[in-house]
Design a protein around this ligand. Sequence first.
Ligand code: DX5
Ligand code: ZN
Length: 217
Amino acid sequence: MKKEILPSLLAADYGRLADEILRAEASGADAMHIDIMDPTFVPNMSFGPDVVALVRRVAPGLYRNVHLMMNRPDLYLEPFAKAGAQTLQIHIEADCDLHRELRRIRGLGMKPAIVLNPETPVEILAPYLGEVDEALVMTVHPGYGGQKFIADCLPKVSWIRERRPGLDIMIDGGGNAETIPLAAKAGANQFVAGSYLFGKPDMRAAVEDLRARIAAC
Ligand code: DX5
Ligand code: ZN
């Protein structure tokens, strides 16, 4: 299945956001990962729908993968759909009716995805796996970029892969040239890298290097 690399906009230089979006597009990456944070869910804040719309305006052809680290994602599905989110990822730990919201996401024309925090047991994903287009296994505690990859989360990836051979499985947090191949071996096929990719002066070379490293996994 297709292996995809996603730079996370959270790690961009916000003083040059449009240029950073163009740099990610020119790197040949497959999509932009856009982190939306609500401080009642994670100890930080980030962007809102306007930044998703900015990505669409600056690089219309760059796929928008939107990660809602929010307690009540149900209150914001329409604004993110309007802003141009294409995949909408909601956390299993969120305070809403997940079956209903996953259906609403699809009804709004976006791909629904479910996200699992490091401390959350993977088994509780089972009832949702048939309803999503993607599962995201967090490999850091959400809230900040630049944290250390938690390799203990990788068995969760393998657990999902065994049950859903055709499902897109993403990892997010601490992705780099050493950790992304480990995730690929565990069965993931989509890889977020924020500080690693935006920290490279030549993002294109870094994306190509990552592709070469995971090609054989
Ligand atoms: C963490 C975010 C991640 C983050 C990844 O809360 O969900 O997407 O931006 O950043 P790095 O790759 O720097 O760990
Ligand atoms: Zn994320």
